[in-house]
Design a binder for this molecule. Structure first.
Ligand code: GLN
Length: 478
């Protein structure tokens, strides 16, 4: 499957026809998805009908927008009107969305083809996509391994060439970690850059929707298509002209003099030797491209995971209170003899083990007598993590780290929740601070397992991340 840029070029030059691209998409899903299991639903009829209109448009020589006719898969935590949205949970197994998420509205306006909904860990809680109520997604690079998570279905759908782009969501790393494991590009935008309206909430102050694609340039196209202030999300922000993406400048790729910070805390014990070696070679290559490599310190790094695993469940416990067996999805009211029992029976049968664990943790850290000891402390730490980044960006333009400590692990190998939580060690800090971060394939030409490196930017400076990413893509793929 070509990239977005190549598809657009093909439509414009008339070397590609929308309906042919749709048929290829469908046949690739037919041949790959039996083993990869990335999709929970595929919208073949809608895609075919849409492609027919686009064929006509092409015949009339009308110009194609950048995302027009581009197949995009969507994590099943994002609402697409009149389609099932399960969030990977039994409790929403029969739920059909009644409106489009703002990002979907924007993609439809831009003429993108919505391919289908991709699998995820239940309510986006997890790092392996084994934690879905419906199926386990596997890594296309090695199907005995996990694709990462929670946007594992999205990452796998792009990696297995079933579509050139996908939308995922990232609360603690769920776009970047699966991108790294599957060998694709994944961007968590700055908090507030993309509307969360229509995203099934996990932890609202940390959640962001972002693209998974083959290249940084494609990530820029999708970001530009979905971003912007939205009256339906009070935390979404309108962009100043300085913050807007400039695609021409990304393509020009001027990175001379850019200061790249290397935080020592991300390169210590626990980093596997293969990831370490790949990162050293990335840093060396950037060093040879006239950038300035600087050693820096982010001293709060070790506190990011503990703070996240207090703040996130606190918000989870509050957000998931809406699944009461009355307003949404699955209900056990027939078996209940009181209102209380409707709640308890519906929730007990509808939620999986990990979701229940987090709801309990969340209510605990928010309860009287424990609030100050846990929640308030974690908020305090969050302020320090933010300050750490603010200080770092006084001296550097971008920060480079590994995305994950190791390559994709074997399916079924992490039974203990704590070891799964540690997967987020390099990704959660930016969710706490709101900064944007991009995971880029470090070794796309190797036959070994994919490795990702992460670029962290100043707030709303996706431009620098994507420019560096584009320069890297050109360099490594030439
Ligand atoms: N793996 C992390 C968690 O389970 C991140 C999840 C996410 O970003 N949605 O909380």
């Amino acid at each position: 499957m070509p990239t977005i840029a190549e598809l657009h070029e093909g439509y414009t030059q008339k070397t590609l026809r929308p309906s042919e691209v749709v048929e290829k998409t469908i046949s690739q899903i037919d041949s790959q998805d039996e083993t990869v299991q990335a999709f929970l639903s595929v919208f073949e009829d809608d895609m075919r009908a849409h492609a027919k209109d686009l064929d006509t448009k092409q015949d009339r020589n009308e110009p194609f927008g950048l995302l027009e006719g581009i197949p995009v898969s969507v994590k099943d935590a994002i609402l697409v009107k009149d389609k099932p949205t399960t969030a990977g949970s039994q409790i929403l197994s029969s739920y059909t969305a009644v409106y489009d998420a703002t990002v979907i509205h924007n993609l439809k306006q831009a003429g993108a083809l919505i391919v289908g909904k991709t699998n995820l860990d239940e309510f986006a809680m997890g790092s392996s996509t084994e934690n879905s109520a419906f199926q386990e997604t596997r890594n296309p690079a090695d199907t005995s391994r996990v694709p990462g998570g929670s946007s594992g279905g999205s990452a796998a759908s792009v990696a297995a060439d079933m579509c050139p782009a996908s939308l995922g969501s990232d609360t603690g790393g769920s776009i970047r970690q699966p991108a790294a494991f599957c060998g694709v590009t994944g961007l968590k935008p700055t908090y507030g850059r993309v509307s969360r309206s229509g995203l099934v909430a996990m932890a609202s102050s940390l959640d962001q929707i972002g693209p998974l694609t083959h290249t940084s340039l494609d990530a820029a196209y999708v970001l530009q298509g979905i971003e912007g202030a939205d009256t339906l999300d009070a935390t979404s922000t309108s962009l100043s002209s300085r913050q807007e993406l400039n695609i021409d400048e990304i393509q020009n790729g001027d990175i001379a003099g850019l200061r790249i910070g290397i935080p020592q805390e991300y390169f210590g014990d626990g980093l596997s030797s293969e990831v370490q070696a790949a990162l050293e070679s990335v840093i060396e290559s950037f060093g040879e491209m006239n950038t300035v490599i600087k050693d820096i310190s982010l001293s709060t790094t070790e506190y990011a995971i503990p703070a996240y695993y207090v703040l996130m469940p606190a918000e989870v416990s509050s957000n998931l209170a809406r699944y009461d067996g009355i307003r949404y999805g699955q209900s056990r009211f027939e078996e209940a003899s009181s209102l209380q029992e409707i709640y308890t029976k519906s929730r007990a049968s509808g939620f999986g083990e990990e979701v229940k664990r987090r709801i309990m943790l969340g209510t605990y850290v928010l309860s009287g007598g424990y609030y100050d000891a846990y929640y308030a402390q974690a908020r305090h730490m969050q302020t320090h993590v933010r300050k750490d980044f603010t200080n770092a960006f006084k001296d550097v333009d971008v920060i480079l780290t590994p995305t994950t400590p190791h390559t994709a692990f074997q399916a079924g190998s992490k039974a203990d929740p704590l070891s799964m939580y540690l997967e987020d060690i390099f990704t959660v800090a930016v969710n706490l601070s709101g900064n944007p971060a991009l995971s880029i394939p470090a070794n796309p030409n190797d036959s070994t397992l994919p490795i990702g490196f992460q670029l962290i930017g100043n707030h709303f400076d996706e431009q620098t991340l994507l420019t560096l990413g584009h320069v890297w893509d050109r360099y490594i793929r030439q």
